[in-house]
Design a protein around this ligand. Sequence first.
Ligand code: CP
Ligand code: NVA
Length: 300
Amino acid sequence: MSTKKKRDFLSFDNIPGAEIVALLELAARQKADPETCRQRQTLHGRVVGIFFEKASLRTRLSFETAVYQLGGHCIYMGPESGRIGERESIKDLAKVSSRYLDAFVLRTYKHDTIVQMAHYASKPVINGLSDLHHPCQALGDLLTIQEKCGRLQGVKVAFIGDCNNVCRSLAQSLPRVGASLSIASPQGYGFSGAFLKSAGVALFADPAEALQNADVVYTDVWASMGQESEAAHRRAIFQPYQISAELMAKAPKAIVMHCLPAHRGEEITDAVIDGPQSVVYDQAENRLHAQRALLCSLLD
Ligand code: CP
Ligand code: NVA
């Protein structure tokens, strides 16, 4: 029996910048040479369980594709299977599933569900989105920024919108690889002062201030999955934070990013998301390359 300790990827807490850079290098190498990566069959004969309490297009497809390309197989347990810990305890679910599976990808309402699964599972657990973090998204985003800007060091990212799971993972990762993050959010929707200080990111009320000299302008939905009942209220509050052609005129050289799915006409206009500054489809593709590298690093 191997005595090697299993590694999880739940958030960027305690992940040093050098480790992120190494992962991005691997992702870029594999992206440039996908055949070698396929031939190596790192996951040959291995099975990854995808336990999703919420809907997904990109995360599910990119993980299933990455596992297939590496020679492995996925079993999908979707929202119809109920929430994790509902039918039986998280402990029992994690311990039983670890006898069959080689790794887990989880998408949950509560981040603590993923923390508990990682605690009880004897196989690696990957966070495919929780209410607090979306680290796989940020990993793909760093790869995209590196490709589009030619570097990460010194790149200025402006996130305009809700301080949600995606924004938190960007805040925890960008400064560690030498990039900076300025956020613009309405009052009451920002991060705590303590988090901003520990992450080393700046928070503004005015979007125009946050995107001064930005290389990247990033946004996400105003109401995340699980916040549907607040959507109408949030639409009114966040309206001044919409990424429109008028706002983008203040950052004419910046690329525009969105994790998708987008609510076109809300946080971003059609003209911007379909415009020349938008890189959203390349960004979505990079989820595959980043996650394939992550799987190799956790399971090889
Ligand atoms: N960006 C992202 O995670 O998309 P899905 O919700 O479709 O997986
Ligand atoms: N913040 C969004 C991201 C979706 C990929 C949500 O949690 O719904």
